[in-house]
Design a binder for this molecule. Structure first.
Ligand code: 26Q
Length: 831
């Protein structure tokens, strides 16, 4: 970055002292480290505020087109370091803290993660905000300010235990509450058609509703090295006077206050399930709450510059992150038609032209469907609107395919059955001008398997946007050693233009550079070894192969296949006394949805493997197994830089994209993976020689399925597999509780091995052996690792966002110049 830092270390130190005193009301002598962290955050925030005001003024003055990213999840993690880096104050912060006799890392570690998401979908939303601001796009996030984000995970006797996350306990120095922009939200009640005034047509009127309100809290989103500061607006729910007014009036004060509590439950907690739909009333209310607050807010902003909503889509784009905010289709129609008096057709045209829908999963259990009776009770007017949308849509389908009633049944937004259901994916597709998948294979499968009828009706609507990750958090911030090595070789343009990483390619053939790469990797592994010791008590050798699988625990992701490989190595060590192999540390980080029985068993299994293997003197340093508890963004930032081998081993055709695969490759880990999701595109980018691909492809698994896949046949054919699976049944890893892993064993056998662990086992084990072998030749390994870094610039979310902006949103960058007048006088002097 060529621009001058906006403050010197001395000024920053002074500002920290100022804020400890005036924001925390603490004398320096008694201030805690946490007070000082807040002081530092507030000091930086002063600079942020000037840029945020300048940015919003510019957008308003130029009446720019804006994009709103609606998501039930934003997994942003910590903000201090990324904000300091974006402001070009990285070195100044370190120096200022030295002046104040404080350790930067210790302070930074006190900031709780904002864990407002489950996994990939939520983290993607956070990377997108970073790339939007850095590329100077007017793009905002809208989400929910969950009081409790993703649960904290501990292990008790190897079992996952959840406890509530309390990230707001000490407040959040970055958030700005804006009660003046509170919005009312209605739910429940009934619809009556009331005759219009002066004999006009009858209009539906929503009666007997309950009201609550959304209070917005803004988190600033800083562009790196630019003045742009966008924001993420998070809604907190609150009861209003209008809430159960009747109960207040009847004098039942206590009951009224009890019910007040109920309204405040809406933003209380993040649903911790990933890739399964909860189907609960509270979740429906959360989804509606986000949509209702956000649309009312952005419509208010639109009406500052425009008298009407007639040409709304020219100035606004809205992206729906999966089906979770798809009620936006009905709510935008309701606002246009019921509140802004637009006729149906133009309202529908503006709605469709404004909205885009991103699909993130093919798993049937993740597809959201809401029972019609529930929707009718909670959102009666929306259900009416959805029926009308569907009626018009099916009329259109019937014109294109006359007499094809089966097609109408398949495509309908309403699924018939004992209990009718609203299919949210269908509503999203019908109500959007763009439907995208998140990796090339995934988009193909959306078109051919998930919704083929829609893809043939509207082929132009479907498009691919392969995911990406921000190289600022996932290389510059988390791996400063490697970032400095890269910048030393090719300069720092890669920070804003990730394509430049490819200039690193020639360095792969420079032994000195490869040596330097290995030295950085070694020091990152030493740092992680210390974290492992502190958190689990396990001693690992930093020279060993660090084999890493970090992601949500789900059967389709096949942590169990990894476990079968570990059992295989263990068995070989035990049965072949002279067995020698590359020393390996198998690392896991994963949370299981609290109600997901099989996922919790698999965690227990891996913890039992760890207990047995790590304490077996016969094994020694040849094999260690570590399950780090409470995997989260900040822990990922410590694991990713230290990984040698990245496990991306989902059953082909099940992982929509994956984004951990990108983070790990960008940090020079080699991938062992299946031909699935974005791993396919990573393989094409880095080259077949620089990645370990194994297993059946999606169409091969499909053929196996069609031919009647028989796990027993695969067992019978492979004696080693037979022996390893037998260990599950024989209580080898749960001597004191027989039968503990019976269900895991059954899932792999009697229950049909839904995710083809057994079919991919042999190729996996052999490919692991090739990886271990290569690791024994560090020069060759380093060359491939450096090529991975050089060739993964394509997987930056900067590229992804540029594609969305150009092809879906019609969004232009808006550079923000900071005139001296944008900074109040008090702060201008000396800076
Ligand atoms: C739905 C209804 C009720 C409660 C919860 C949910 C719910 C919540 C989260 C359903 C799904 C999710 C999360 C899905 C997810 O993270 N998908 C991942 O998205 C990534 C970004 O595109 C991809 O890289 C991953 O492949 C995909 O699994």
């Amino acid at each position: 970055m060529t621009t001058r830092p906006p403050m010197t270390a001395e000024q920053l130190a002074e500002s920290i002292r100022h804020h400890v005193r005036y924001s925390r009301c603490k004398d320096w002598a008694v201030a805690t480290d946490y007070d000082k962290l807040v002081g530092l955050s507030k000091a930086l925030n002063d600079l942020v505020v000037d840029r945020m005001i300048a940015t919003q003024n510019e957008y308003l003055a130029r009446d720019v087109k804006r994009m709103y990213y609606l998501s039930l999840e934003f997994l942003i993690g910590r903000l201090l370091t990324s904000n300091a880096l974006a402001l070009n104050l990285g070195p100044a912060v370190v120096e200022a803290l030295q002046l104040l006799d404080l350790a930067p890392a210790r302070l930074a570690a006190l900031e709780p993660d904002a864990g407002l998401g489950n996994g990939g979908l939520g983290r993607l939303a956070a990377c997108f905000l970073d790339s939007l601001a850095t590329q100077e796009y007017p793009g905002y996030g809208y989400g929910i300010r969950y009081e409790h984000g993703m649960f904290r995970q501990e292990f008790a006797n190897g079992w996952q235990q959840e406890s509530p996350d309390d990230w707001l306990k000490y407040g959040c120095p970055w958030e700005m509450v804006r009660p003046e922009y509170a919005v009312p939200v209605l739910a429940y009640g009934r619809i009556e058609n009331v005759a219009g005034a002066h004999g006009g047509p009858a209009r539906p009127v929503w009666l007997d509703w309950q009201m609550f309100e959304g209070i917005p809290y803004d988190l600033p989103v800083l562009g790196y090295g630019v003045n742009t500061v966008n924001f993420l607006r998070l809604w907190s729910s609150r009861a209003t006077q209008g809430f159960r007014l009747d109960v207040f009036n009847q004098g039942d004060y206590v009951r009224a206050v009890e019910e007040k509590n109920w309204a405040e439950n809406i933003s209380k907690v993040l649903y911790p399930s990933d890739n399964t739909s909860a189907g609960r009333e509270l979740r429906l209310l959360q989804e509606y709450f986000l949509v209702a607050c956000s649309l009312r807010d952005l419509l208010r902003r639109h009406l500052k510059n425009h008298r009407t909503t007639e040409r709304f889509a020219e100035r606004n784009a809205i992206q729906m992150n999966d089906t979770h905010p798809v009620l936006a289709v009905a709510e935008l129609m309701r606002l246009f038609v019921d509140e802004h008096d637009m006729p149906w057709e133009p309202a529908w045209e503006q709605t469709v032209r404004t909205l885009g829908y991103t699909n993130h999963t093919l798993l049937p259990e993740a597809l959201e469907k809401w029972p019609v009776p529930l929707m009718e009770r909670v959102l009666p007017r929306h259900l009416q609107i959805i029926y009308e949308i569907n009626r018009r849509f099916l009329t259109q389908v019937a014109e294109v395919y006359p007499g094809d009633t089966d097609r109408l049944r398949r495509m309908s937004v309403i699924e018939e059955g004992d209990v009718k259901q609203v299919r949210m994916a269908h509503l999203g597709i019908v109500g959007s001008h763009s439907v995208n998948g998140v990796a090339r294979l995934h988009t193909e499968l959306v078109k051919t398997r998930l919704v083929p009828d829609f893809a043939s009706l509207w082929p132009e609507r479907f498009n691919n946007k392969t995911n990406g990750v921000t190289q600022r958090r996932w290389l510059l911030q988390c791996n400063p050693g490697l970032a400095a090595l890269v910048t030393g070789a090719i300069g720092d343009r890669w920070l804003r233009e990730p394509e430049h990483l490819q200039e690193l390619e020639p360095q792969a053939d420079d032994p000195a550079f490869c040596e330097a790469f290995l030295a950085v990797k070694r020091s990152q592994k030493q740092a992680l070894a210390q974290v492992i010791r502190e958190r689990t008590g396990v001693q690992v050798d930093p020279a060993a192969l660090f084999d890493v699988q970090i992601k949500r625990l789900h059967e389709y992701k096949r942590q169990l296949l990894n476990a079968l490989h570990i059992m295989t190595l263990y068995r070989r060590i035990k049965e072949q006394p002279g067995f020698s192999s590359t020393p390996r540390v198998c690392l896991f980080g994963a949370k299981a949805a609290p109600g997901y029985h099989m996922a919790k068993r698999i965690i227990k299994l891996i913890n039992e493997l760890a207990a047995t293997i790590n304490n077996d003197p016969q094994v020694g340093d040849r094999l260690k197994v570590v399950f780090l508890p409470d995997y989260c963004v900040s822990l990922a930032e410590q694991i990713v830089p230290a990984a040698d081998l990245s496990e991306q081993i989902s059953a082909a055709g099940t992982e929509a994209s994956g984004t951990g695969n990108m983070k790990l490759a960008l940090n020079g880990a080699l991938t062992i993976g299946t031909w699935d999701g974005a791993t396919i595109e990573i393989a094409e980018a880095v080259g077949a020689d620089n990645i370990f691909i194994f297993g059946h492809k999606a169409e091969e698994l499909e053929a196996l399925r069609a031919g009647g896949y028989d796990p027993w046949a695969w067992l019978a054919r492979d004696p080693e597999l037979w022996a390893v699976v037998g260990m599950l049944q024989a209580n080898t890893f749960c001597r004191s509780s027989p039968g503990l892993f019976e269900d895991v064993y059954r899932a792999l056998t009697e229950w049909g091995d839904r995710y083809f662990h057994l079919a991919d086992y042999r190729d996996y084990v052999e490919t692991q052996a090739r990886a271990a072998d290569l690791f024994g030749r560090p020069g060759e390994w380093a060359r491939k690792a450096v090529l991975n870094v050089a060739r993964t610039g394509h997987f930056s979310s900067d590229r992804t966002i540029r594609e969305y902006a150009g092809e879906i949103w019609g969004l232009q960058p808006v550079p923000i110049r900071m005139a001296p007048a944008d900074v109040p006088k008090r702060r201008r002097k000396g800076s």
